[in-house]
Write a protein that binds this ligand. Sequence first.
Ligand SMILES: [Zn+2]
Length: 127
Amino acid sequence: MHEMSIAHEIVQTVEDTLPGRRILTVTLQVGVLAAVVPEALQFGWEVATQRTALAGSRLVVDLQPLPARCLDCGAHHPTLRPPPNTCPDCTGDLMPLAEGRELRLCTVEIEDDGPAGPAVEQEPSSE
Ligand SMILES: [Zn+2]
């Protein structure tokens, strides 16, 4: 399964980048044409994270709109649907302006080492 190897790759990358940290959430930006099925990726995630620092973490799939321009009227209409798409203004053909195949690790939320609570301010140590 394609999504399974993607999940394994992400787990590997996160573990390499943040060794020994407990991971809470991983956000992945996925292009419309990346040929990734979010449900399959979620399933692959559960399997791939087992017995890793990412076990129990949440995978957020952030679908990226595909920028597209109408060939007839020139209007820009980003779309979340794979082509072919038609212009909502004039029903002309929408031409994708990007590959739409991006698969980007966006943010990783890690568990705080310190006591629970928002780490907003740090007390300056008294001298
Ligand atoms: Zn148009």
